[in-house]
Write a protein that binds this ligand. Structure first.
Ligand code: HEM
Length: 473
C-alpha cells in the first residue's frame, strides 16, 4: 500500500522517518514542524505515508477555508471508523467532536447552550483555593502544568456538571483518579504507533478496559443522580435562559423525542468534554504563565492594566474583561505561539476534490496543521517571537483571519472558545494581582519551552516549574 494514489503524485513528500521518529519519541509539534516545514513553507501542502495510507497535510489558507466552510464535504473520520474496537473508541464513542452530519448537528444543538454564558460567581471559592495552594509553596518552584490541570478540572466540573471535583485540595478524589488512569491508557503512545496490535488477543488491554468501564460507571452515577434531582419546570426555564449546564442540557434532550440523546451518548460526551475542556485550557494557562515569566515587561504591563481596570474587584466582570485589551492580546499571542491543539482531527473528503493541479480521490486523509500556520513566516513576521502587539486592532485587521486558528473555524469551531478565555482572564487576574511569576535560573525551559506530545492532536509539555513571589499589591 505504499503506491502514491493518482492525483497526489505531484504533492511533495514529507519523510516517513521524520513522522515515525516524532511519534516514537513523543516529540512536540515544534519538532514535527521542523520535519515538514521545508515542504509546507514552499507548497502549503505535503503528503506522507503512515500505516498504509497517504495523508495530505496542509497550511494552505485556501484549502483550510474550504475545510472550515464545507463540513459535509470534509467530514471527520469517526473513531469507530478510525480505530474500530479500540480502547479509545470504547472511551469516547460517538460524541460532538467526532460525529458528522445530522448526528453532529443534534449533539452540537444540545450541548452548545451550556457554554453560552457561565455564572462568574463559580470562580469565587476556586480562586481562593488556588491562592491558598500558591501561598503554601511560599517562593519555592511549583510545577505549573499539574497545578493548572487541577485548577481547570475543578472549574470544568462546576461549569459542565455543577460538580466539585475539589482536585485542587484533594488529588485522591476517585472520579479524578479514575479519569486520569483511563486517559493515560487511552493515550498510550504504543497504540498510536501500532494501532493494529489492539486486534491481537494478547494486547486486548483487559485492565485498561476495566478502567474505562469504571469511569463510565461513575458518569452513569452522575447522570442518574442529576436526573433524579431535576425539576422539569425549573429545567425548561434554565434551558430557555441559557443557564442550564451540560448535564442538564443533555438530560433534558434525553426526554425529547426530536432531539433525543441516549445515556450512552451522554457518557461519551462527558468523557469528551472532560478532555476537550480541560487539557486544552490547562495547557494554555501554563504556557501563558511561562511567557509572562520570561517576558517581565509584558507581565508588568498586564498587571498594571488589570489593577487599573478591576480596581478592588478580584474577579473581572464580563464588561471589565473586554477592557483588558492588553491581556487579551497576550492571550491571543500565546495561543498562536503554543496552540494547545496543534493539528485538527483528520478529515476525509466525501467527494473527489481538485486542488491546484492535484486530485484528492475519495476519502483522502487530510490534516490541517495549526502549528504550521501559526509558525509560518509567510503569515507572521518573526513567528518564533512573542509579540502581543500583533493583535493590536490596526495590525490585527490587516491579516487574513484564518492565519490564527487555535479554535479551528467555520461551524465546527470550538464550542468552548468563549469560556476558555474567560477562565484564562480570571486566573491571570487572580495570580498576577498578588504574585510575580518567574522562571528558575536552572530551568530546562530557560532557552525555549520544551514541548512534547500529549496525544496526536494535543500539545504536551515537559514539567514546568515556576516561582510565585508575593507582590506588594
Ligand atoms: C484553549 C482552549 C481550547 C482550545 C485551544 C480548543 C481548541 C479546539 C479546536 C482546534 C477545535 C476544533 C476541532 C475541529 O475542527 O476538528 C475544538 C473543538 C471543540 N472544542 Fe475546544 N478548545 C479549547 C477549549 C475548549 C473548552 C473549554 C471546551 C468545553 C468546555 C471545548 C469543547 C470543544 C468541543 C465540544 C469541540 C467540538 C466542536 C464541534 O465539532 O462542533 N474546547 N476545540
Amino acid at each position: 500500500k505504499t503506491k502514491v494514489p493518482e492525483g497526489l503524485e505531484d504533492v511533495p513528500t514529507i519523510s516517513y522517518f521524520g513522522i515515525f521518529k516524532s511519534m516514537f519519541y513523543n516529540e512536540g509539534p515544534d519538532k514535527r514542524w521542523e520535519d515538514s516545514r521545508q515542504v509546507l513553507e514552499k507548497y502549503g501542502i505535503g503528503k506522507f505515508w503512515f500505516h498504509g495510507e497517504w495523508y495530505v497535510v496542509t497550511t494552505d489558507l485556501e484549502l483550510i477555508k474550504d475545510v472550515f466552510a464545507k463540513t459535509d464535504l470534509y467530514p471527520k473520520l469517526s473513531l469507530e471508523e478510525a480505530f474500530p474496537g479500540s480502547l479509545m473508541t470504547s472511551y469516547f464513542g460517538t460524541n460532538v467532536v467526532f460525529s458528522n452530519g445530522d448526528v453532529w448537528k443534534r449533539h452540537r444543538f444540545i450541548t452548545n447552550p451550556a457554554f453560552k454564558s457561565i455564572p462568574m460567581q463559580l470562580f469565587d471559592d476556586i480562586t481562593v483555593k488556588l491562592l491558598k495552594v500558591i501561598e503554601k509553596v511560599d517562593n519555592e518552584p511549583i510545577e505549573v502544568k499539574d497545578l493548572m490541570d487541577r485548577l481547570i478540572l475543578d472549574v470544568l466540573g462546576r461549569i459542565a456538571f455543577k460538580f466539585d471535583f475539589n482536585y485542587l485540595e484533594d488529588p485522591t478524589n476517585v472520579l479524578v483518579t479514575t479519569y486520569k488512569e483511563a486517559i493515560a491508557e487511552v493515550n498510550n503512545p504504543l497504540y498510536f504507533l501500532f494501532p493494529f496490535i489492539e486486534n491481537i488477543p494478547y494486547f486486548y488491554r483487559t485492565e485498561a478496559r476495566k478502567k474505562v468501564a469504571k469511569i463510565h460507571d461513575l458518569f452513569s452515577g452522575l447522570i442518574e443522580e442529576r436526573r433524579k434531582s431535576m425539576e422539569t419546570d425549573e429545567l425548561s426555564k434554565k434551558i430557555d435562559n441559557n443557564s442550564a449546564d451540560l448535564l442538564e442540557c443533555m438530560i433534558n434532550a434525553s426526554k425529547n423525542p426530536k432531539y433525543h440523546m441516549s445515556d450512552e451518548e451522554m457518557r461519551y460526551n462527558l468523557s469528551t468534554f472532560m478532555i476537550a475542556g480541560h487539557e486544552t485550557t490547562a495547557t494554555a494557562l501554563t504556557t501563558v504563565l511561562y511567557v509572562l515569566a520570561t517576558h517581565k515587561d509584558v507581565q508588568s504591563k498586564v498587571r498594571e492594566e488589570l489593577l487599573r481596570v478591576l480596581g478592588d474587584n478580584l474577579i473581572p466582570t464580563i464588561e471589565q474583561q473586554k477592557e483588558l485589551k492588553y491581556m487579551n492580546m497576550v492571550l491571543h499571542e500565546n495561543l498562536r505561539l503554543y496552540p494547545p491543539i496543534h493539528q485538527l482531527p483528520r478529515r476525509e473528503n466525501a467527494e473527489i476534490i481538485k486542488f491546484r493541479n492535484h486530485t484528492f480521490l475519495l476519502n483522502t486523509p487530510i490534516l490541517v496543521n495549526i502549528y504550521g500556520v501559526h509558525h509560518s513566516p509567510k503569515y507572521w513576521k518573526d513567528p518564533e517571537e512573542f509579540i502581543p502587539e500583533r493583535f493590536e486592532n490596526e495590525n490585527d485587521e490587516k491579516r487574513d483571519q484564518n492565519t490564527w486558528l487555535p479554535f479551528g473555524g467555520g461551524s465546527r469551531i470550538c464550542l468552548g472558545n468563549t469560556v476558555t478565555l474567560i477562565e484564562e482572564r480570571v486566573m491571570l487576574c487572580t495570580i498576577l494581582r498578588k504574585y510575580e511569576v518567574s522562571l528558575p535560573a536552572d530551568s530546562i525551559h530557560k532557552d525555549k519551552l520544551q514541548l512534547d506530545k500529549f496525544n496526536d492532536s494535543f500539545t504536551g509539555l515537559k514539567a514546568l516549574h515556576l516561582i510565585f513571589k508575593r507582590t506588594t499589591n
